[in-house]
Design a protein around this ligand. Structure first.
Ligand SMILES: [Mn+2]
Length: 243
């Protein structure tokens, strides 16, 4: 039997819950939406702890890399002064995930970035973010809701001849939206392959190198109630199959 591709999910560092006896020890976590989405798509997921010195060894275990959603990215990493609208950041997580991305891209390992992961791909290639969408000077800057029980959805238009267009076989897609930041200037070699009608970039693809796609929405959360996003995970897992 052929081995299932192993997908490394970058861990996210976070403070422990208040119930923990070890309040000064951070945790490295992922969530079940990422792991079950990958399993359904035919992969074996593993959680990669945020140990920057072990990136090369961790990558040697992986056929593909998933960069998940998370806290805001430290604006230092895209050479901007921190805006008061920038929220909580965890620089150690950012540095680990950027090193993982750099190393994976260099080795030709497929990469799927989700929400923050999409923004990290943009920053890695020299792009920038709006630290809050309201700073874009455009209307329609609301891409999140505080009511967790009523997720916010909007339509995106997929660019023809993009990977996403091929994957979904459609030029529009209904996606959820949980982000207060977004891509401003695109990084080198990246193409905006999904746009919201207000003009914000909702997905990017790298033209050269390994399969490298970032989506601003949360396909793994959508997978908890429908299979509509399975083609995206399946395409990523297929691209990650060892030759
Ligand atoms: Mn959105």
């Amino acid at each position: 039997m052929k081995k299932r591709p192993v997908i490394g999910i970058a861990g996210t560092l976070s403070e422990p819950p208040v119930s923990s006896a070890f309040q000064d020890i951070q945790r490295d976590f992922t969530n079940e939406a990422y792991t079950t989405s990958l399993v359904e798509a035919g992969a074996t997921p593993i959680l990669l702890p945020s140990v920057v010195s072990e990136v090369v060894a961790l990558l040697s275990l992986c056929d593909g890399i998933l960069l998940p959603g998370g806290f805001d990215i430290d604006p230092d990493l895209y050479a901007q002064e921190r805006s008061p609208l920038c929220q909580k950041t965890m620089e150690d997580s950012d540095l680990f995930q950027l090193e993982l991305l750099r190393s994976a891209y260099t080795k030709g390992i497929p990469i799927l970035g989700i929400c923050k992961g999409c923004q990290l791909i943009n920053i890695h290639f020299g792009g920038t973010l709006f630290q809050d969408l309201s700073l874009s000077g455009e209307k329609g800057s609301v891409h999140a809701t505080k009511q967790i029980d009523t997720p916010f959805f909007h339509t995106v238009t997929l660019q023809k001849e993009s990977k996403l267009h091929t994957i979904f076989g459609s030029s529009t897609l209904e996606v959820n939206s949980f982000h207060h930041q977004g891509i401003d200037l695109l990084g080198r070699g990246l193409v905006a392959t999904a746009l919201c009608e207000d003009g914000f970039i909702e997905a990017i693809e790298q033209k050269s190198g390994p399969w490298c796609v970032g989506v601003q929405w949360h396909p793994e959360a959508m997978m908890m109630t429908s299979k509509g996003m399975l083609p995206l995970f399946s395409a990523f897992v297929e691209a990650s199959k060892p030759l």
